[in-house]
Design a protein around this ligand. Structure first.
Ligand code: BEZ
Length: 188
């Protein structure tokens, strides 16, 4: 699959465009919600685990030295916590452009803290996209995150912001906290 998924996402219309849509953020969307929304609520999705397995050539790295950012992998008993935003359908257009580097819209069930649930969307980067990096030894991932920089800033800051946002949500994520420990031990 090509790096630029903007045109593919335009075809991925899963909901009535006249109704609002729940978008679940598990990465930068948790702390960087620079789009209009009607409300936001902490939420989780089940059967998915957050992993720093997606390459970033356009935000937190460069084509020569890509950074690593979050995607989700299927994991039967895992729970991924994040933030849900209720948005208008036309808000997806600019987000498709922002998240164009291999991410596709996918449908998921979102669970809210009051026990209710709703169908919604995630942006998902799977292993068949050209920017996917996949798993690697933890030290290698940490070194890459500690050193990569891109137009949106240091890859290290992405991890830091995510860890802080998860802490604010009271969410535990061992993958993120282990990476934080390793990256913090590597000097800038
Ligand atoms: C997220 O926070 O959910 C997200 C951010 C960028 C790309 C894909 C997902």
């Amino acid at each position: 699959m090509t790096h630029d998924t903007t045109h593919l996402n335009r075809e991925r219309i899963f909901f009535d465009p006249d109704e609002t849509i729940w978008l679940f953020g598990y990465g930068s969307l948790i702390w960087k919600a620079e789009f209009p929304f009607h409300e936001h609520r902490p939420a989780h999705i089940e059967g998915w685990a957050r992993r720093f397995w997606q390459g970033s050539h356009d935000h937190r790295g460069t084509p020569e030295a890509p950074g690593r950012v979050a995607t989700l992998v299927e994991s039967p008993y895992s729970v991924c916590q994040g933030m849900a935003y209720r948005i208008d359908a036309d808000t997806l257009g600019p987000l498709d452009v922002r998240e164009k580097n291999g991410y596709l819209r996918e449908r998921v069930i979102l669970h809210f803290q009051d026990g209710s649930h709703a169908e919604g969307l995630i942006y998902l980067a799977t292993e068949d996209n050209a920017a996917f990096l996949g798993d690697a030894p933890l030290e290698e991932m940490a070194r890459q995150i500690a050193t990569a920089h891109g137009p949106s800033g240091a890859n290290r800051d992405y991890l830091l912001n995510l860890a802080a946002a998860l802490e604010n949500l009271g969410a535990q994520d061992e993958h993120v906290s282990t990476l934080m420990t390793r990256v913090s031990s590597i000097k800038n």
